[in-house]
Design a protein around this ligand. Sequence first.
Ligand code: AMP
Ligand code: MG
Length: 412
Amino acid sequence: MTTSGPMISVDEATQIILDHSRDFGTESVPLSASTGRVLQHEILADRDFPPFDRVSMDGIAIAYQAYAAGRRSYAISGLQAAGAPQQKLPKPEACLEVMTGAILPEAADTVIPYEQISIAEGQATVRTESVKLGQNAHRQGFDRKRGDVLVPANTLISPAEIGLAATVGLWQLRVARLPKIAIFSTGDELVGVEDEPAPHQIRASNIYTIASVLSQQGIAADCFHLPDEESAVRDALARCLEHYDALIISGGVSKGKRDFVPAALAQLDVHKYFYRVAQRPGKPFWFGQAPQGATVFALPGNPLAALACTLRYTIPWIRQSLGQPPLPAAHVPLSRDFQSKSHSTYFLLAYIGHCVDSDAIIAYPAEGQGSGDLASLAKADGFLELPEGREHFLQGELFRFLRYRPPFGSTI
Ligand code: AMP
Ligand code: MG
């Protein structure tokens, strides 16, 4: 008889997993490949922002003193284009045509846009009485000074940080290394996706589902298969414990005669933190860590459980390991009263829709035929997490939503 230890709650399991987050070290990546990674250093201003007094409108640059003294007509002495070295206003009665992004000419301090002047025979005539000293000239260092911290360390890199890094000349960034992950399917009933299954076989799908969740976070995992044979399971796991930061195993973790995963992990001295969580689906979930360091998520084989556990536990563990604080859980109201068949936490497949009379989002149960119903996943967007200890859930109550289908173009 296997000693499985006490069954723990989803919250306890989460806490144990987050308490065993890891540090995968750092690596340098090209700037163009660093979106979504976690920056490991500050980004400092290499120059003042802006780095020179910069013209911010197309028009003419003048010395304000002449305007204040009543002058409204200026001889155009030349053109200060963006990207051209600084010119000089020859005298206060003159002006230079200036382009957005150009350096402000020496002796000029004020820019009047083309919309407020007329030009004829080499003279620019100002048609407004509201010119202010220094207008449309963005002064050197006005936004940031050289050496200022533009981006703190530990920032998740977004397009904003990419632009800042580029502007200070960082063509590669030091970021937190992503974990190297091996995903395993288990079971002699499984054949490869490219194979034709016999009547008693099915194709292994979980490895693809789990790899897809990881790929949503920019992680490319390696996939393996374990037959239902004890020494083969043990040997393959032993090899991978040496080479990967984390192993995600699906199946072979229950109480069946051929469920060799817990025994194999025990033989390999992988320390078990827990086995069995009060959740449906996904009760026989095993979590531990090898002496070599690799973290092991042994998930139940049923496809819904494997997906729910990856979303609920593995992704937050990776996030924590990358130094990011836990994401506040997204909560969505239930569309109708729901009765669960379980006292454990219940991961209810649901799709996101809108209320009839408003734009508010709402979760519609999309229950299929039970936890093995892979096809029903396609009708849903994620799992609504109904807490343990209750069986009746009311329309409009808010519950945590684990989304596996982010809308394309979603910005929140
Ligand atoms: P197990 O946890 O090994 O008892 O598997 C539970 C159920 O999930 C069985 O019906 C398996 O055939 C199925 N299953 C296990 N692994 C996979 C997989 N990689 N892809 C699809 N179904 C699987
Ligand atoms: Mg199996």
